[in-house]
Design a protein around this ligand. Structure first.
Ligand SMILES: [Zn+2]
Length: 229
């Protein structure tokens, strides 16, 4: 018999990577399309691609660093408080845990038994999980997370940069749009396959929203291009 497959655990980092790459594709392409709609030479288009790539990667890294380190601070403060409570008032903490299991549907005696056994197995881990909702005490390193999200953004953002270098400048808008939809669809398939979810739905969603974002950027670029021409 085949084991039932669960995707939720392994999809965590992959989901983050795919989201970062999508972000890189979409935001860099949108910027390039906006500039391409307003310009008839290649230099501004290339400059927009490089600037979008660098700025996006740095802002992803900074955002991720701040988010992971504040998450880390909140979790360690919670765990420290919990550890202190477990050390100073174990009886109350056992009662608390018992009540939690009763609320989840266990009978009083069984709840107490479960609370006692889990407390002797690993009190802090049990309280972290069942009281605080912290599932893994292995906390992510903020620097690693920052680096990973910048790297995934760059992987995505390099694609529109390559298109900006090699595509004919006259048809730049269409090449940018076409390739980015292709890249987004590909990453949609990848994400859906990895997460075990519906492929067509994932691809449609990303293509529709991608079209919307790029269309809006093209419109803005076009309006500014017409006004400054
Ligand atoms: Zn507790």
């Amino acid at each position: 018999m085949e084991m039932e497959k669960h995707y939720i655990n392994r999809s965590g980092w992959l989901r983050a990577a795919v989201l970062g790459a999508n972000d890189g594709i979409l935001s860099t392409t949108s910027l390039v399309i906006g500039v391409a709609a307003a310009s008839s030479s290649r230099e501004p288009v290339l400059l927009a691609a490089v600037a979008g790539l660098v700025a996006g990667a740095l802002s992803m890294a900074a955002g991720e660093y701040v988010s992971v380190s504040s998450q880390f601070d909140v979790e360690s403060a919670d765990l420290k408080r919990e550890k202190y409570a477990l050390d100073t008032m174990p009886k109350e903490e056992l009662e608390e845990l018992t009540d939690i299991y009763i609320q989840r549907g266990l009978h009083k005696d069984l709840a107490r038994e479960v609370a006692i056994q889990l407390t002797s197995y690993d009190a802090l881990e049990t309280h972290a999980r069942d009281e605080l909702g912290i599932n893994e005490i292995t906390q992510a390193n903020p620097l690693t997370a920052a680096f990973a999200s910048a790297a995934s953004f760059i992987i995505g953002g390099v694609l529109p940069l390559l298109v900006a270098i090699f595509a004919p400048i006259k048809e730049m808008l269409f090449f940018q749009y076409g390739f980015s939809i292709l890249f987004l669809a590909f990453s949609g398939v990848l994400a859906a396959k990895a997460g075990g979810s519906n492929t067509i739905k994932a691809v449609l969603r990303i293509c529709i929203w991608g079209t919307f974002a790029m269309g809006a950027s093209a419109l803005v670029g076009y309006i500014f291009g017409v006004q400054t021409a």
